[in-house]
Design a protein around this ligand. Structure first.
Ligand SMILES: Nc1nc2c(c(=O)[nH]1)N[C@H]1C(S)=C(S)[C@@H](COP(=O)(O)O)O[C@H]1N2
Ligand SMILES: [Mo]
Length: 424
């Protein structure tokens, strides 16, 4: 093994770089043995390629997740358009699909590099030890993001004794930061690994023994590797194909022509009352009685406050629009909605074009019982207070007597069982 000669450097950097004493050779047993890890699949090139794929999947996941976060918590500088109507469907579908596709990629990448856990000596210098510990953050945050994302899609919150949304958001920053640091610190190895010229063994002093690039192993396995063993190309193809299949069978929850092969998507977009999935039922929202109460009135709070019965709402000019419901969980389904244009209601309330309102629900508690509605969505002619869905009165689970439906907007902001619209 090639070892960097200890460079006498002055100052704190020199201290951090100073070689630590060698641990006793007698400890070098089991997985710590020099010859313990021999698979030629664990090459720098495999690690670099898989790393690049995982990196791309995580980058897509990060950007689309950040987009979704900004739409739901918009800072002053951020604006989200109301068109194209399917844009959020695309970005959020991509978020969940790239996250699922990253799972086999990350597993393969971890399999390729985990012998480094048994690197010898465990720490050559303080700096080396810090570098190794930082990988814990990287691997921990990456696994955490994928696991919590899957749990959220499965709506299984028992293993998550924290608020998923906030934790998933902040861990995303940790993960993406750790990825950038990792790529930065490994740039030289990555470059060699990706350059194809890596058929020559890459003897990088940072790497432990036994994980060097195998000779171009695709045709002739090196000594000690059984004939017929998986080649590097075979391994990478298998991983890529697995990831592709996972992506396709996840995307089916939002891409109509793939819906027949939905496996990992959390909702079949065609299943549910009136042909549309339901996340929060009327029962779980506690509105089974209030939603069908004949004394229901929509309350409008603004310069010209008023109360409208369902009969009055139905007597106002009705519009019909075709729009998707797009859950943050990645499923999405298009439906035909009819009802009163939100812009008409805001006009009736005497509100200006740039006014913001909250849309409130009969549901008494819960995070999504109300949502802010601002331009351009509030004034988009496609934004309705919907009363009917696919030609019928709204099913109670879809928000009877009235629900918000707006173009290019996350499902969590499409308030059901609307009781009031209030000037902000
Ligand atoms: N009042 C209320 N409205 C709500 C919710 C809720 O929990 N409470 N959930 C939202 C979520 S997360 C989604 S995805 C959509 C789903 O609408 P659907 O059940 O009609 O498909 O409703 C939204 N509207
Ligand atoms: Mo949702």
């Amino acid at each position: 093994m090639v070892r960097k000669p200890a460079q006498p450097v002055a100052g704190p950097a020199g201290l951090l770089n100073r070689p630590l004493p060698e641990p006793p050779e007698g400890l070098r047993k089991g997985p710590l043995r020099e010859e313990a890890w021999r698979s030629p699949l664990r090459s720098e090139r495999t690690a670099a390629l898989l790393g690049m794929w995982v990196g791309i999947a995580f980058a897509v996941c990060f950007v689309t997740g950040l987009t979704s976060h900004l739409i739901q918590n918009p800072p002053g500088w951020f604006g989200w358009p109301s068109r194209p109507v399917n844009l959020y469907r695309f970005t959020q579908g991509l978020h969940v699909t790239s996250g699922f596709a990253a799972i086999p990629l990350l597993l393969a990448k971890l399999w390729t590099v985990y012998p480094k856990l048994f690197e010898w000596p465990p720490a050559r210098s303080v700096l080396h030890a810090i570098g190794r510990l930082s990988l814990l953050v990287l691997v921990g945050a990456a696994i955490f993001q994928l696991v919590t994302g899957v749990l959220n899609l499965a709506r299984w919150y028992t293993p998550m004794p924290f608020f998923f949304t906030t934790t998933h958001y902040w861990t995303a920053w940790i993960a993406i930061g750790a990825i950038l640091v990792h790529v930065g610190s490994k740039l030289a190895i990555i470059r060699v690994g990706l350059s194809g010229s890596a058929a020559e063994p890459v003897t990088e002093p940072d790497e432990g023994a036994g994980q060097h690039e195998a000779p171009a192993a695709d045709v002739k396995p090196p000594a000690g590797v059984p004939a017929g063993a998986l080649s590097r190309r075979g391994f990478l193809t298998t991983v890529a194909a697995t990831s592709g299949v996972v992506a396709l069978t996840t995307a089916g929850q939002t891409v109509p022509f793939l819906s027949a092969i939905t496996v990992f998507g959390q909702r079949d977009p065609d299943l549910g009352p009136q042909g549309l999935p339901v996340n929060k039922s009327a029962e779980s929202a506690g509105v089974l009685e209030t939603a069908v109460d004949p004394t229901y009135r929509l309350q409008l709070f603004g310069p010209r406050p008023q109360q409208l019965s369902l009969a009055v709402l139905l007597s106002l000019p009705q519009q019909t629009v075709t729009l998707p419901i797009t859950c943050v969980e990645g499923w999405s389904a298009t439906a035909e909605w009819s009802g009163v244009r939100m812009a008409d209601l805001l006009d009736m309330m005497g509100l200006s074009e740039d006014a913001e309102v909250t849309v409130e629900s009969l549901q008494e508690s819960g995070l999504y019982r109300q949502a802010v509605l601002s331009p351009p969505h509030s004034r988009d002619p496609l934004t309705l207070l919907a009363l009917r869905l696919n030609g019928e009165d709204l099913h109670i689970d879809h928000g009877y007597p009235a629900r918000l439906i707006a173009p290019n907007r996350p499902g969590v902001l499409q308030t059901k069982w609307v009781s009031a619209v209030r000037e902000l």
